[in-house]
Every structure is written in C-alpha cells, then in structure tokens.
Design a protein around this ligand. Structure first.
Ligand code: WTA
Length: 686
C-alpha cells in the first residue's frame, strides 16, 4: 500500500498551537521517583536501547505473575504480530484488588462522589474484593467463560469498576459502552463484540437529572438474541423498571447468593483484557483490543512515573469510565498501584462550580486529571468558586484528550495549582493504552502547550506526510508516529485484524501511525497539533466525521453530507454539518438549528430533525452545532470531498483556502461562502 497523504496536515495548526517561547516551568523538583531530566533521559535511553531488559525489570517490579514469562518482547510493526511477556500468566483483577486487600485491607480503594453529595461512600480494598468476587460469581453461574465478552453500560458509579474487575477476574473480556451513547450505538457495539451478558443499572443520576439507563438497554437490545442475561444494579431504586423474565436479574438479589471470595483465573499475558470501541476516519467504530499483561504494565508504570504517585496519594481522574481515560487512570493505573481512585458521578457545574474543588478538599486529593474542556467551562463561568476551597493537597494537575492551549495551561498552573503544581499535559489514545508523550512530574521541566517528551519505551518520531520519510533532528513538523512496539499498545481490532494493520501500520510501513499532526521543537519537545484524519474531538469525546455524515445522509431529503470540526471556545472543537438536498431546487429554508423556520419543501423542523437523528443514532455529545444547506460539496477530480475548504470557510478563514487546483467544481465555492454567511455567521452575530 502506498503512503496516504493527509490533505489537512498543514491546517492541523488550527487546533494545535504555535510554539511558545522557551518558557520552562519546573515544579515539585527533588521529590519524585525520577529525579530530574538527566535521570529521565538515562532511563528513556535504556528503554529504547534494550526494551527487553528494561520492561523485564518493570514487569517484575509492578505486576504479580502467576507464571513467569519466557520472552519479554516479540513481533514487529511491519508484521503487526506484536506480543509482550510471552507465556506469562497473570490476572489483572488480582493485581488491582487481591494483593492490596491482603496488604492494606482497610485502605480506600474507591472513593465515590455521588451526584447527590449525601450518597457519597468509600469502598476499601477488602470490601472491593468481596463485591468483585460476588459479581464474578454471578457471571460464572451464568456460564460466562474465559474469553467471552461481557457488555457494561453503567454510569460513573463504583459498580462500573466492580463490574469491569469481576469480568476480568474470571478471564472474560469487558466491553464498556459510554453511558452517553444512544440505544442504537449500544446495540451496534454489543452485537459487534458478541456479548452474551450485559451489566447495567435501573437509572443514572447526573447533574440532578435522571438517565433512564435500563430503558435505553431495553430499546437497544430489543431483538438481540445473543444477549441472554442482563444484570441490573439498583442505582436509584425506581420500582417501575420493567424486567424481562428469564433475561433480567437484580444485582443485589443475584450477588446475595454468591460467596465473598472467588479465586481469580490466571490469564495469558496476551489474552484480551478488554475491548473499547473508538471512532476512526472511516467505517463503523472499531473494537480496540487490549492485552492483559502489556496493557496493565503500561497503566501501572505511567501512573507511577508520569503522575509520580506515592503510596499515600489520592488520584482524582475526572474522565468517564466509558472512555480510555477512565479505564487506564480511574481503574487499572491507580488500583494496580494500590492507590485510591475518586469516582465522580456528576458534572463540574453541579450543584455549583465549586464541585471539583470541594471533592479535592474533602478527600485531600493529590492528583487531579481532567480534559481541557472542563477547565474552559470553569474558567468561563466558575472561576470565583476556586478560592473558597482548600485545594493545597494537590501536587499534580493532568490534562488529557485534546490540546491544551498555552493560555489555559498557564491558567490551570496559576489558578488551580497556585504555581506550585506540575501540569502534566498527557498525549495518548485509546489505541496506545497509556501515555505516549507526557512529562514525568517533578523530573521533566514543562512548557505550556507542549506534551513534552515520550514515555519510556515509546520511540516517537515525526514523519513527513507526503514523502513518508522520517524527519530527523529538531524543529520539524509532520505527523506523529512510533517506531517500535510498546507494551500497552492495542494488539488488534476485534474480529478484524486486517483493519488494525491497514489503519495503524500500513500508512507508513514500519511505523505505528497515530493520526495526529505534531511538531518537535529545538529542545526535542513535542507539540501536538490535532488529528490529520477525519476525526473530531468534541469536549474530549472522539468522533468520526464519517459516522455523523452517514447518519445525516440517512434522511430522506438529504443526498450528501460533509461534517467538519471547527475550533470552539468551550468544547475545543464543534461539529458543523454541510448538507446537500436530494432535490437541489427545494428550499430548505435557511437557519441554524435553533432558529430554523423551515422552508417550502422540507418539513419545518428539518434542521432539528437532522440533529435529533444524530442524537438518536450516536448520542447527544455528537450533535452538530449547525447544519448548513449547500448546493454542492467541494470535491476533487477523483470525487473526494475537500473538507479543508469547508473547514476554512466556516472558520472565517476563506482567505486561506490554499490550493484549489485539484477541485473539480471550484464554482461551488462562492455559493458555499454565501450559504455560510447567511445560515451561520449571521446567526452567530445575534
Ligand atoms: C487527542 C484520549 C493533544 C489526539 C486519551 C489523539 C490530544 C486523540 C491529547 C485520542 C493531548 C489526546 N494533546 N491532543 N494531550 N490527548 N489527544 O482515543 O488527537 O479518545 O489522537 O484518547 O485525542 O483520543 P482518545
């Protein structure tokens, strides 16, 4: 296969940031496991020069093995046959629960901060072992075997963590579906994963509102015969939840029948630990497959060294367990180290903007990890709340999921960190399993806006997207790739290994391709510029433009659609949909989704209907901010949509359209500009 050329790599700067001057911060020096930059550099060089030796030491130190491995590293990026810790056996649940329950039974494992603060509770390691064993017992009594997949559709409550650990305790594979996904998205994922059993709850609570979880499950799994059993946790205890006899069972009743200890099942290091669906540039969501040994090691060592976690620390990861951040840094990372993890059910604005700071004060959290989108919200609306709380327990402030601008970085450092905390901008992905590029707190000096330097064993490089050649040296810009396998990298796409190879390993043969544009400055620091493929990042949620396009194109009036992401003050990026009608002479009215009056031919609520369609099919977080009706999409001679042109126009950068010589219908451009002016800019002005 030939190298792929990403047309928008040059524009990736729109969502990334230009280099700031050499403005280094060095917070909390001298207290960390890795003492300084020279120490980091020595360890990093060792990890690249002799990964077998380096990760053998790490795997022995951080994990409990039931059976030792016979070889540390195997396979290549050329072949896509990657394996770590061959023939070794371990159980991830044992590593996260049992060994700590034996040593520190009364230590907090899960600190639950409920939507309503009156419902907060703490679960110790010994209690966690009991709860997990009981749920594992239920699953086993239902015939769930090693290697089976189990679906989990639960909000941010301790039972989500308990469910995940129970599944891996018996060697099964969990597939968590984010609780914000619609019934249709849940169904797609459960069917693709082949889940026999699903764990959910009656209702969720978020920001004082009720989410009808069980209803969504019933709707999504209606007619899905492969799911034979559903375990329902009573989160709110609503007595009117319909239960299908022979399929649905109450969590409390079933667990009451089980013993409080069930032995963990040893798994091969390469046995899948979990699947997590994520959006790519094309096609349906991919079930990213993570391994038991390599993944768990990556989670443990990045949590230890990037966050610099010590035994007495408390980690507050404010990401949802439905995404990779929740998997790695709310569950597997902290619990594998025996570190208490704060599980937060609510939102940063409920009941007021002081919520995060109250949590940190209450539990003396030392580490706080959040997406920039939440920080932007607080900066805009809730800054005055910060000083009301004592958050001096904090040592590290993490950022994840999207680029953090230098301005927001400085704000975080000053307003939340009192200029005394390390800001760790961590760049990674669902597929990487754990941090790829991030400063080690207390060791690596930071620069606002840069994710800094690669983690141990991650041999990052910048590739020229056009020639496919690696750009050596410093001061280079291109796409971000990795030169050799690291332990926690995804091993496959569920039931489609070929797609794994095509997506990540073929674009630049011999390299793992991240999909991101990036630069390396004169200090060797990395600056992430955003996706160069058709993936948008809304409030840290990863979405594929093609998925949204497919959903909009299903509408009977729509012939074609193109979706682009544009910069947004609050959500990082926002989704804008360009739509062509089947009958171009129809007047669909003009207007954004809020003010549309409809037109002569399409239904009056046409815009709203398209938005609802996206909400129903994918989930509310994927809703387009605007729908703009145009006559024709800009296309290349080979028929490819030039999204760059649409993105530039709707970002008010029509003067920077760049080279249009490959466009087959350049005459469409002025029409698009007019449409954007009338249907989008004029509405923004109001
Ligand atoms: C983006 C989230 C800039 C990037 C952990 C990546 C970031 C995608 C950062 C993965 C960061 C994540 N700076 N961009 N610190 N962290 N990204 O799979 O585009 O939901 O490819 O994993 O988010 O999103 P995912």
């Amino acid at each position: 296969m030939t190298n792929r050329k990403y047309e928008n790599v040059q524009e990736a700067e729109d969502v990334g940031f230009r280099y700031t001057p050499d403005h280094f911060y060095f917070n909390q020096p001298g207290k960390s496991y890795v003492t300084d930059m020279a120490h980091y550099q020595r360890l990093y060089d060792e990890s690249i020069a002799d990964p077998e030796l380096f990760f053998d030491q790490m795997a022995r130190e951080f994990l409990h093995w039931d059976k030792p491995y016979t070889k540390v590293k195997w396979g290549s990026l050329e072949k896509g046959d990657i394996a770590w810790f061959l023939n070794g056996e371990l159980n991830a649940c044992y590593n996260c629960v049992d060994r700590h329950a034996f040593q520190t039974p009364d230590k907090s494992a899960i600190i639950f901060e409920a939507d309503d603060e009156k419902e907060n509770r703490i679960i110790t390691f010994s209690e966690l072992l009991r709860e997990v064993s009981k749920v594992a017992g239920v699953l086993r009594s239902w015939g769930v075997q090693k290697g089976d997949t189990v679906g989990i559709y639960l909000p941010m409550i301790p039972e989500a963590i308990i469910a995940m650990l129970a599944v891996v305790r018996i060697g099964a594979i969990h597939s968590v579906v984010f609780a914000g996904f619609s019934a249709a998205s849940l169904k797609d994922r459960v069917v693709d994963a082949g889940c026999k059993v699903v764990l959910t709850c009656d209702e969720g609570r978020r920001g004082g509102k009720t989410i009808h979880m069980k209803n969504i499950v019933d709707e999504g799994l209606n007619g899905v015969d492969s799911v034979s059993k559903i375990l329902v946790f009573q989160r709110t205890g609503n007595a009117n939840i319909p239960m299908t006899s022979g399929r649905d069972y109450w969590w409390s009743e079933e667990t009451a029948k089980q013993r409080s200890y069930l032995p963990p099942v040893p798994c091969n290091a390469e046995d899948p630990l979990f699947l997590l669906y994520t959006s790519g540039s094309t096609g349906s969501p991919k079930g990213v497959v993570h391994s038991t040994g390599g993944y768990l090691l990556g989670a443990a060592i990045t949590t230890r060294y990037v966050f610099d976690i010590h035994p007495e620390d408390v980690l507050f990861t404010a990401g949802d367990v439905g995404w990779i951040t929740g998997h790695t840094y709310a569950l597997y990372g902290p619990l594998s180290l025996g570190t208490p993890t704060i599980i937060f059910e609510s939102t940063p604005a409920y009941p007021d903007y002081g919520r995060y700071w109250r949590i940190i004060e209450r539990y003396k959290a030392t580490h706080f990890y959040v997406a920039p989108t939440a920080l932007r919200l607080i900066k805009k609306s809730g800054e005055s709340e910060i000083s009301k709380y004592d958050i001096s327990s904090l040592r590290m402030l993490g950022s994840v999921g999207e680029p953090i601008s230098p301005e927001l970085w400085e704000w975080y450092h000053e307003k939340i960190g009192n200029k005394d905390c390390v800001v760790c901008d961590t760049m990674w992905q669902t597929e990487s399993g754990s941090h790829l590029i991030a400063p080690l707190a207390g060791a690596v000096p930071t620069k606002p806006g840069s994710a800094t330097v690669p983690f141990f064993g991650v041999d990052t490089c910048i590739i020229d997207p056009v020639t496919g050649m690696e750009l050596k040296g410093n001061d280079v810009v291109g796409v971000l790739a990795v030169k050799s396998p690291w332990p926690s990298m995804a091993r496959s796409i569920w039931k489609d290994h070929n797609r794994y190879v095509e997506t990540y390993l073929k674009p630049y043969p011999g390299y793992y391709f991240t999909g991101d544009g990036a630069g390396r400055d004169h200090d060797g620091y990395y600056w992430i510029r955003g996706r160069v493929d058709d993936v948008v990042n809304v409030s840290g949620h990863r979405l594929s433009t093609s998925e949204i396009e497919a959903c909009i194109s299903d509408d009977e009036y729509v012939s074609e659609a193109a979706v682009v992401g544009i910069a947004d003050d609050l959500t990082g990026q926002a989704v804008i949909a360009f739509v062509c009608l089947r009958d171009p002479d129809l007047n669909a009215g003009c207007g954004d989704i809020e003010t549309s009056m409809g037109g002569d031919a399409t239904p009056p609520d046409f815009h709203r209907e398209l938005v609802l369609q996206v909400r129903r099919e994918i989930g509310p977080f994927a809703s387009p901010k605007a729908i703009i009706i145009i006559k024709e999409l800009p296309k290349t001679r080979s028929g490819k949509i030039m999204r760059r042109v649409l993105r530039k126009i709707v970002s008010n950068e029509a003067d920077q359209l760049g080279d249009l010589s490959t466009l087959s219908n350049a005459e469409a451009v002025p029409d698009i500009m007019d449409a954007v002016k009338q249907q989008f800019f004029s509405k923004l002005a109001h």
